[in-house]
Design a protein around this ligand. Sequence first.
Ligand SMILES: [Zn+2]
Ligand SMILES: [Zn+2]
Length: 253
Amino acid sequence: MFSCDYHIHTQLSGCADNEFSIEKIIQIQQERGIEAIGITDHDYSYQSKVKRIQAAREAIKEADPSIEVHFGVESQMLEYQVTSINIRLASYFDYVLMAPNHYHLRGVAQPRSFRDPRRVALHEIYMFEAAIACPITDAVVHPFLLSPDVFQFSTDELTAFAQEMMRNIEQKRLIYQLDLASQRGLGIEISPKMARYNQHHLIEFYQLCLERDVKLLIGSDAHNAKQLEELSLLTPILEELGITDEHLWHPRA
Ligand SMILES: [Zn+2]
Ligand SMILES: [Zn+2]
C-alpha cells in the first residue's frame, strides 16, 4: 500500500555503500514492487558541478526504469536563511530535501549543549523554522530525530533524552510552523530510523503533523541495500497513525 521511498542515497554519497548504484537501487525496488522512488544524494556529492548532476539524471534515464524514479537532492540548513545549496544548483533537481539537523557536517549551527535537552529543543525548533522558511525546501527530513552518532548516548539514554527534548518544544511555536508547512505543501519525512533508534517521541509529532494537515514523506534514507528493506519497520507505525494515501507527500511530476 505504501509503496514509495523518496529518500535514497547512492554510491555518490561518500557515506553510502560503494556498490550502491542507481541501477542496483532501481532493480531492487522494481523487484520489491515499489511504485515510486527518489534518488537523493547529498548536495556536496556533486561538488557544485552541473555536469555531475546531469550525469546522474542521465544514469536514471539509461536504467530505463519501469517504476517512477524522481531525482532529488538532500541539503541542509546551516543557520537561518543559509543553506548548503544555492538556488541555481537546486533548480537542477526535481525536489530538495532539507535537513535541519545535520550537526555532523561542517558549517551547521549547533546547539549550545548536546547534553541539555532544553538547549537541544530550542535549537531543533529554530533550525526547523529555518528549514520551513527556506524558499527552496520541498520537504524537511528527519526533524527532531536525534542521531546516535552525534549524541553518543546509549540507545536507551538517547530514547529518554529525545523524549525530554520533545517535551521542551513549545507547542504553539511548533503548530505555527506546521500550519506554514501545510500552506506551502511541504512534506515532513517519516523515517524508519525512528524505529531503528527507538525514538518514540516522534509518534506524537507525526500525529500533530496529521492534525495540521501536513503531508508526510516516506523515506528510508537508505545508504545500502539492507536499509531499503528497513522501510517495512514503518508499516506498524503508519497503521498506528492511521495513515492513508491521502496523507502522503509526493514530488510534483
Ligand atoms: Zn540527512
Ligand atoms: Zn539522507
